[in-house]
Write a protein that binds this ligand. Structure first.
Ligand code: NAP
Length: 286
């Protein structure tokens, strides 16, 4: 352990007690011999500004999770261009009292897809199921990486339409189309034209949640990634039907590894982080 002054880091959310990030980040500090400590701090929505003010003098960096990824933005001094387009910040770096925000969610999914499927975003077509905060971050990242087409399926069509319009404005070369989840015919067409489907609704977090779309609409040759860590109905279907698939733990790992590198300037010890993350996950879900 080096003798430098201890640096403090955190993840904020509401609630946040379930977060697996402390186990993963503290393992990284230990593996690199850094004097750092990472904790989970529950911050109510009305306290986000007060938290940011205090963080200027008390934290070297922090992560932001649901529901504060957008709400934190007005309290930062600078936000990376793509993150400001996404309206989503999950990583803040404290630069001598000045708070700089960025997002590592897109990188996290990109790295997880490479690892699980050897998938490259460039020139491929993808369907996102859901259109909440995480899809905004992911879709802009995919567009910046040269994705060919983005299809959005969402319960509330207007949300997907707004994102489609924003993507077309910033990335005119990327084709974008959207439809309501309930439109099974169009959903099937989107899947047929995609090499990857990414499940991004919150359905599947609770035990008896139904799938957001009829699982049988997934073609056998599609790659399926579920951003949720648990076995959702869609993930169960994909596994049972030999559709190449992965859950959201890889995305969590790689977004966290990127945050660690941004804070410390060091290469993240990914394998030590993965081991700690999986141990914490299985402990929490025994
Ligand atoms: N693996 C990772 O590292 C990682 C990172 C971030 C997020 N995630 C996961 O991504 C998921 C979404 O996160 P988010 O931040 O985007 O959440 P969010 O902003 O709250 O969006 C929720 C999404 O789920 C849809 N939805 C909710 N209830 C539904 C229902 N009953 N039927 C159909 N659709 C429904 C919403 O549709 P409407 O627009 O119609 O309301 C919206 O598209 C979460 O489950 C989270 O676990 C994973």
């Amino acid at each position: 352990m080096d003798q430098e002054e201890k640096k403090y880091y955190a993840v904020i959310g509401y609630p946040v007690g379930h977060s697996l990030s402390p186990a993963m980040q503290n393992a990284a500090f230990e593996e690199c011999g850094l004097n750092g400590e990472y904790t989970a701090i529950e911050v109510a929505p009305e306290n986000v500004g007060a938290f940011a003010a205090k963080a200027r003098t008390s934290l070297a960096g922090f992560n932001i999770t649901v529901p504060h990824k957008n709400a934190i933005i007005p309290f930062l001094d600078e936000v990376e261009f793509l993150a400001s387009l996404q309206g989503s910040v999950n990583t803040v770096i404290n630069r001598n009292g000045s708070l700089y925000g960025t997002s590592t969610d897109g990188y996290g999914l990109e790295a997880a897809l490479k690892e699980s499927f050897s998938f490259e975003i460039k020139n491929n077509s993808v369907t996102f199921i859901g259109c909440g905060g995480v899809v905004k971050a992911l879709a802009f990242h995919f567009a910046s990486c040269g994705v060919k087409r983005i299809f959005l399926l969402n319960r509330t069509l207007s949300t997907a339409q707004t994102l489609c319009d924003a993507l077309r404005k910033e990335f005119p070369a990327v084709e974008c189309a959207c439809a309501p989840l309930a439109d099974e015919e169009t959903a099937e067409d989107f899947f047929q034209e995609s090499s990857l489907a990414v499940q991004c609704t919150s359905l599947g977090l609770k035990k008896d949640d139904p799938p957001p779309v009829m699982p049988e609409l997934l073609p056998k040759d599609i790659l399926f990634f579920d951003t949720i860590y648990k076995k959702t109905p869609l993930l169960q279907y994909a596994e049972a039907n030999h559709i190449q698939s992965a859950n959201g733990l890889g995305m969590l790992l790689h977004q966290g590894a990127k945050s660690f590198s941004l804070w410390t300037g060091k290469e993240a010890p990914v394998e030590a982080m993965r081991k700690a993350l999986y141990e914490a996950f299985y402990k929490a879900n025994q």
